[in-house]
Design a binder for this molecule. Structure first.
Ligand code: GLU
Length: 469
């Protein structure tokens, strides 16, 4: 039997990190089993679907390494609508489903106002199809539905506690529960690996498999992803869109490594491991069923490690979209006036050890590519105190006299200027840094001055001095 798994997102919003995690787990499982990964876009909720969300899913998957053309699909649920209706008809004809025209109020009037379920009123009343008649599945009165789940063992559901649920609406359109099962069936899916949120649907879906006479798949419900308050990650409250991480400058390698650690860990005391090790060592059966904490701080630290591990030329390339607005990533928050690839290459190794997401490259190096630095006014006010004007005067004079404009000479010169005033280097540097870069923190000052060049550095220092008059 060839293993066939599927990832079945609904294109109703940005691509959720939890979805990316499930996609990767499906992907690896298929690879390990010599199986097939199918992408199915569940696009039957016409009111909420948008084509751009589908494109977002494809490009997000591509970004984390599930590249277009390397899987089966995308198939679209809407293309299988005929099969969904045919299955509903078969269930009706075989007596496994019946029509019902009760409203919620009707049920509540019979059963008491708080009752949320369905009381089986139309089970044996012989109502035929018609406008407003929903089709309900006749659940067994006895026995239990045992779900075989690679992660959770054998969760067992008493059939008598499962209400006769709707499988097609009053307008004849099949609901998600049925469409999802029929698609899995027609696509020959053998393993359904999906988020825990769907576990309550599973006994109902398995009953549908049984009623349609096909052996159900093996299930694996991977843990829900939660925030630091142990709340399920939500798009209203948490940063959940994979696209947002991408635009902030997370590396896809760091992201997918981190996502695979949600509920699982590689052997040894390691967390950051090459993808090939994850592909080899990951075991779906070892995934911890408890909620998995999505720790953004940890992800950020991971990303810093991944950035530092890049060969410097790859780091330089990876920064380009933020520096120059090229590529497919969101436009940068600034426009360089005079981007200079050599100047960037000279400071790149210094930046590489300091940033944790690629977008942080911009505030670190923008001073090199703007005619005048963007002055952070709060930093200015904090730094430019009594004595800064004189200090800048002396620094300008000393720098003007320098024969060689290199980091080492600049450092010893400024050190000497500070020593005259009884100042340590840190204090002496601060006004110069703000004058030249506009900020209080950034790359090492003397290397920055060297790359910026004598003319521009001195012009900025003189301009800052004039502001202090
Ligand atoms: N379309 C469903 C969702 O996005 C997927 C259901 C499933 O994986 O079975 O939640």
């Amino acid at each position: 039997m060839t293993v066939r798994v599927r990832f079945a997102p609904s294109p109703t919003g940005m691509f959720h990190v939890g979805g990316a995690r499930s996609a990767l787990q499906n992907w690896i499982y298929a690879k390990q089993q010599g199986g097939v990964f199918v992408l199915r876009i569940e696009d039957t909720d016409a009111a909420r679907n948008k084509p751009e969300w589908t494109e977002g899913i494809l490009s997000a998957l591509d970004w984390i390494g599930i590249s277009r053309g390397s899987y089966e699909g995308p198939h679209f649920q809407s293309e299988n609508a005929g099969e969904h209706r045919a299955a509903a008809a078969r269930l009706y004809e075989s007596g496994r489903a019946y029509y019902c025209d009760c409203t919620r109020e009707d049920v509540q009037a019979r059963t008491g106002s708080q009752y949320q379920g369905y009381d089986g009123y139309h089970r044996d009343r012989g109502l035929g199809p018609g406008p407003g008649h929903a089709l309900r599945f006749r659940t067994p009165d006895e026995g239990a539905t045992v779900v075989v789940d690679l992660i959770r063992g054998e969760p067992t559901f008493e059939n008598k506690l499962i209400e006769d649920f709707v499988i097609a609406r009053g307008d004849g359109s099949p609901v998600f529960l049925l469409a999802n099962v029929v698609d899995d069936m027609t696509m020959g899916i053998t393993h359904v690996i999906r988020a825990e949120e769907h576990l309550p649907n599973t006994p109902k879906q398995q009953l549908l498999w049984d009623a349609l006479g096909v052996k159900p798949p093996i299930w694996a419900h991977v843990p829900v992803v939660v925030n630091e308050k142990r709340q399920k990650l939500s798009k209203r409250r948490d940063k959940v869109a994979l696209e947002a991480y991408r635009e902030e400058g997370y590396l896809p390698g760091a992201m997918r490594n981190y996502l695979m650690l949600l509920g699982w860990a590689p052997s040894g005391d390691r967390e950051i491991v090459p993808w090939s090790v994850i592909e080899e060592e990951f075991r779906l059966e070892e995934v911890n069923p408890s909620p998995a904490f999505f720790d953004e701080k940890k992800l950020r630290a991971f990303n810093g490690d991944y950035i530092r591990a890049l060969p410097v030329d790859e780091f330089i390339d990876a920064c380009q979209p933020w520096l120059t607005g090229t590529g497919t990533i969101a436009p940068p928050p600034w426009q360089p006036e005079e981007f200079d690839a050599d100047a960037f290459a000279a400071v790149a190794p210094l930046a590489q050890t300091r940033i944790t997401v690629l977008s942080e490259i911009v505030p670190n190096v923008d001073f090199l590519f703007l005619a005048s630095p963007l002055i952070d006014e709060a930093a200015w006010a904090k730094t430019m105190k009594d004595g800064s004007a004189e200090l800048l005067d002396e620094a300008v004079a000393a720098f003007e006299a320098l024969e060689s404009w290199d980091a080492e000479s600049l450092k010893s010169t400024l050190e000497a200027v500070g020593a005259e005033r009884g100042l340590k280097l840190g204090k002496t540097q601060a006004p110069v840094r703000v004058a030249v870069t506009g900020r209080t923190v950034g790359l090492p000052l003397f290397e920055s001055l060297e790359v910026l060049g004598r003319e521009r550095a001195l012009t900025r220092m003189r301009a800052a001095r004039l502001r202090l008059v």
